[in-house]
Design a protein around this ligand. Structure first.
Ligand SMILES: Nc1ncnc2c1ncn2[C@@H]1O[C@H](COP(=O)(O)OP(=O)(O)O)[C@@H](O)[C@H]1O
Ligand SMILES: [Mg+2]
Length: 252
């Protein structure tokens, strides 16, 4: 059984079909890459899965149970974590405080409550574990806004891992990073995957996606136009056509 499934999923914005009848299965333990030109509907797909947007039509199922219509916080607690295309760390807070706040989110009703409570020793230990996991322990007490973009992305990853998700959705996690930062981040994704995490990866950089993913789904104008192994997708004429005119070629 797929861990996560989208059935005929659509999301329209005033006549624009950002997602248009997409069927998608994510199997336990895989890294599934979602690719497609800019505006294809990739981020909209994530927003619908994690409950930020309601679908116009269709269903999202987690282990066979419908989750569309639930609030983002409820969906997060069911085990779906995500990072955002535009980083959402709290820049004035330290790295440690950012992670503590993410840990508090599950237990407290509001961001304010999570911010103003005093974390206990178990939670502080867990925060250090998460910082350690992403290699940020040496930067724990620095304001997030003073960290490099590569480190901020890793902090965002630590926050996404706070509720111990089973599925992690990453939206263009290496965009804007230096080559070295991107390599570190990719190694981190591989490590989390080996530990058993199922990963849904949006990445505009086809080289990175093809390298990491066992399977790819290709979106174009809100529709799924291809699906398969990286080799199958690379050879698919519909995919090549969708990328023509885009600023990037179907890289090997
Ligand atoms: N909140 C929104 N309101 C109106 N249009 C939107 C909104 N979000 C996305 N879109 C449009 O939906 C389409 C798909 O966008 P998006 O999912 O961000 O694509 P991608 O992530 O693949 O680049 C684009 O044409 C975009 O302009
Ligand atoms: Mg996007």
């Amino acid at each position: 059984m797929p861990l996560l499934e989208c059935r005929s999923l659509s999301r329209h914005f005033a006549g624009l079909r950002a997602l248009d009848g997409v069927d998608l299965e994510v199997y336990p333990g895989e890294i599934l890459g979602i690719i497609g030109p800019n505006g294809a509907g990739k981020t909209t797909l994530f927003n619908v899965i994690c409950g930020v947007l309601r679908p116009t039509a269709g269903e999202v199922l987690l282990e066979g149970r419908p989750i569309h219509g639930l609030r983002p916080s409820q969906i997060a607690q069911l085990g779906i974590g995500r990072t955002f295309q535009i980083s959402r760390v709290f820049k004035a807070m330290t790295a440690r405080e950012n992670v503590l706040m993410a840990l508090g989110r599950g237990a407290y009703r509001s961001a304010w409550a999570a911010l103003t409570r005093r974390p206990g020793p178990a939670e502080r230990r867990r925060a250090e574990e998460l910082l350690e996991k992403v290699g940020l322990l040496p930067y724990a007490d620095q304001p997030a806004g003073e960290l490099s973009l590569g480190l901020q992305r890793r902090l965002e990853l630590a926050r996404a891992l706070a509720p111990s998700p089973r599925i992690l959705m990453l939206d263009e996690p290496v965009a804007g990073l230096t080559r070295g930062e991107a390599e570190t981040f990719i190694a981190l994704i591989r490590h989390l995957h080996r530990e058993g995490l199922t990963v849904l990866l949006i990445e505009h950089n086809l080289h990175v996606t093809m390298q990491l993913s066992q399977r790819l789904v290709v979106l174009s104008h809100g529709r799924k136009i291809a699906e398969g192994t990286p080799a199958e997708v690379r050879a698919n004429p519909a995919v090549i056509a969708a990328y023509l005119g885009d600023d990037e070629e179907v890289a090997g």
